[in-house]
Design a protein around this ligand. Structure first.
Ligand code: UGA
Length: 448
């Protein structure tokens, strides 16, 4: 059992903290957002993540998980401190590390205050400071330099990089059953801590130097984005000359060297990670004199994919002005209420610009979307969206959409047009019912 501190109760921090508590550690989790901490103490989650609320409740009750607004308290109580604050993009696409810097300075100040308090000059204080947020390579070195500069003698610390590979929507499972654990360290002392805290998890642990660990995160996320853009580029070929992209992905995926995962063509990747991380990697490469054109193309293809929806809507409806378009799915992927960089947001914006009347529904993301588009209609279910609609556009592959009664939907709609931005609907069934269906890179037998 270790005393673990987490700074930042966002997606990464909160899941990490809750799961380490579930593994039997004492975890104290800090965030400077007072409301968030107050809510967490009352078991109100700041975002939707399957399974998280249950663990938070249990571990708070078991007295394994604590919340605070005081970073100082974390530094006082925990020996291992994970930095899990946000690293948003600057307007030109670099990673903004000001929160990481601010937190590092605060950690240094708090360690210094503890040292002053105990006053016994000979007693040593040790802290292991771990980067958990996605940060560009060399951040570890900046954290080290900052701490060295601001902490008094008698304070010992190690720096480590332990990038997370959690996906929103399956984050708890990804933490408890990861494919691998990556830890960048400087010495055996830090390695020992990681071996202990990860001992209940059955997964290979790869120990590296800090720079390699930071680069593994960059390289992994960018590779996954590249895989998505690759299949989307092939889907664009299918759009022109036919072929079924889902079958193509299946055929490719059976080759173990390729693998089927992350080969789902559609309206492109969104979320708080891939768009930001690809952009940060391109900038980082540029700063050291390397033009990462491959990743620039990944971005370009991703941006084109969402425009396909507008093109297809025009092909089906001719003019979009005053046409009622129903949007099903707003979050950047299923099982989350997160709409950051969600393709749906840009698609709605473009449809609005063309004068379309938008109605929408999402099982979890309506509240967040209302903040961006207060002026469109939000419905309580998919059938309400279908009423009188000229076109239904599916933008997130929520499970509940797959089992909709499409006969009823057809009856409710003005004209039976469907665009499936995620290629997840059973188009043969839908076509039989009488819909005119358009997927992305799928060319079902065209209607006469
Ligand atoms: C991603 C990575 O998958 C995690 O390993 C990583 O820890 C995380 O970023 C992070 O850096 O924090 P996440 O953004 O939660 O996780 O979501 P993904 O499941 O990777 O999906 C990202 C986007 O790609 C979604 O918009 C999804 O719809 C899209 N996608 C995914 C496709 O368009 N096609 C696919 O085949 C797979």
């Amino acid at each position: 059992m270790k005393k673990i501190g987490i700074i930042g109760a966002g997606h990464v921090g909160l899941v990490t903290g809750a799961c380490f508590a579930k593994l039997g550690n004492k975890v104290i989790c800090a965030d400077n957002d007072e409301r968030k901490i107050k809510n967490l103490k009352n078991f109100i989650m700041p975002f939707y993540e399957p399974g998280l609320e249950k663990i938070v409740k249990e571990e708070v009750q078991n007295k394994n998980l604590f919340f605070t607004t005081s970073l100082k308290e974390v530094v006082e109580k925990a020996e291992i401190i994970f930095i899990a604050v946000g690293t948003p993009s600057t307007p030109d696409g670099r990673a903004d590390l000001s929160y990481v810097e601010q937190v590092t300075i605060e950690i240094a100040k708090s360690i210094s205050a503890i040292k002053t308090k105990i006053k016994k000059q000979k007693s040593k204080i040790y802290r292991l400071i771990v980067e958990k947020s996605t940060v560009p390579v060399l951040t570890g070195e900046w954290v080290r330099k900052t701490l060295e500069l601001l902490t008094p003698t008698g304070v010992e610390f190690d720096i480590a990089a332990n990038p997370e590979f959690l996906r929103e929507g399956t984050a708890v499972n990804d933490f408890l059953k990861p494919d691998r654990i990556i830890v960048g360290i400087e010495n055996k002392r830090a390695e020992k801590f990681f071996r202990e805290i990860y001992s209940p998890i059955k997964a290979p642990i790869i120990f590296t130097d800090i720079r390699s660990a930071e680069l593994i995160k960059h390289a992994s996320n960018s590779f996954l984005a590249l895989k998505i853009s690759y299949i989307n580029a092939i889907s664009q070929i299918c759009e022109k000359i036919g072929g079924n992209i889902t079958k193509i992905a299946e055929g490719m995926g059976y080759d173990k060297r390729i693998g089927r995962e992350f080969l789902n063509a559609g309206i492109g990747y969104g979320g708080s990670c891939f768009p930001k991380d690809v952009s940060a990697f391109i900038h980082l490469a540029e700063e050291i004199g390397i033009s990462f054109n491959l990743l620039k193309e990944v971005q370009k293809i991703n941006n084109q994919q969402r425009l396909l929806v507008i093109k297809k809507a025009r092909e089906l409806l001719w003019n979009l002005k005053n046409k009622e378009i129903g949007i099903l799915g707003l979050s950047f992927k299923p099982e989350t209420d997160d709409i950051r960089e969600s393709p749906a947001i840009e698609i709605i914006k473009l449809l609005k610009e063309e004068g379309a009347i938008i109605k929408c529904y999402d099982p979890k993301a309506i509240q967040n979307t209302k903040k961006i588009f207060p002026d469109i209609s939000y419905c309580e279910n998919s059938y309400k969206v279908a009423e009188n609609a000229n076109l239904l556009v599916f933008l997130t592959e929520w499970k509940e959409f797959k089992t909709l009664n499409f006969r009823k939907i057809k009856y409710l709609m003005k004209t039976p047009y469907i665009i499936d931005g995620r290629n997840f609907l059973d188009y043969e069934k839908i076509q039989k019912i009488g819909f005119i269906y358009r997927g992305i890179g799928i060319n079902p037998v065209r209607e006469k």
